[in-house]
Design a protein around this ligand. Structure first.
Ligand code: DC
Length: 212
């Protein structure tokens, strides 16, 4: 019997460290990596390009259905406007449905590490490894502020914290695939961990699971 492809689901709120972790896990295990947030970000961007409202279900579904690989490589998928548009389209069930097959297909042959909000709950409920990466709201807001500063922006720390709280609240409260840990996910609280410590903890969990 052949072993099924290895899927590692990495979920959690914004700026908890899941992207960094997922990328490192993928590189060290030789697996493809998909940042699923980019799908929602690219969808939001397309809606804005069309002059439409990211909360409009029809405009958002049309944008999700017409995504191309080039959309995911745009240079304007980050920043407050893109954050808000992504969070708005992500609450629309038809958008989530439009993006489902692509995500499932991505890991089907070679396995994959995917990061997002609903990978362990909806996209790959049978994933053998599910990690839920979290950190205190203060730590996450501070990390995001440092990231923005490094890019040359100078937002007020309070506005970064407020925007993140608004986005978290929408991601958690939405009816469609809300942000929450899968019942069988392992929680890692990164509030006082650096990226190396998070990676070591996650990798040892994967190794234990597979006796690798
Ligand atoms: O991970 P991120 O910050 O790039 O995600 C952007 C937005 O997309 C965020 O508001 C949550 C949403 N998202 C989602 O609902 N489901 C996913 N699998 C990934 C992201």
């Amino acid at each position: 019997m052949s072993t099924p492809p290895l899927i590692i689901a990495v979920d959690g709120p914004a700026a908890a460290g899941k992207g960094t972790l997922a990328r490192r896990l993928a590189a060290s295990l030789g697996l493809p990596y998909l940042d699923t947030g980019l799908l929602y970000r690219a969808t939001g961007r397309r809606v804005l390009d069309a002059g439409a409202d990211p909360f409009d279900p029809q405009a958002a579904e049309a944008a999700a259905r017409s995504l191309t690989p080039a959309d995911m490589e745009r240079g304007d998928l980050r920043g407050p406007e893109a954050d808000r548009a992504a969070s708005a389209v992500a609450a629309i069930p038809a958008v989530r449905a439009a993006l489902l097959d692509f995500q499932r297909g991505y890991g089907r042959t070679k396995g994959a590490v995917l990061d997002g909000r609903d990978i362990g709950t909806v996209i790959f409920p049978d994933a053998p490894v599910k990690l839920f990466i979290t950190a205190s709201p203060e730590a996450r807001a501070h990390r995001r502020w440092l990231e923005l500063q490094a890019k040359g922006a100078a937002p007020a720390p309070a506005s970064v914290a407020a925007e993140m709280a608004e986005r978290d609240a929408r991601d958690e409260a939405r009816a469609a695939a809300p942000l929450r840990p899968a019942v069988d996910a392992t929680l890692i609280d990164t509030t006082s961990m650096d990226a190396d410590a998070v990676f070591d903890a996650a990798l040892s969990l994967v190794r234990k699971r597979f006796h690798a």
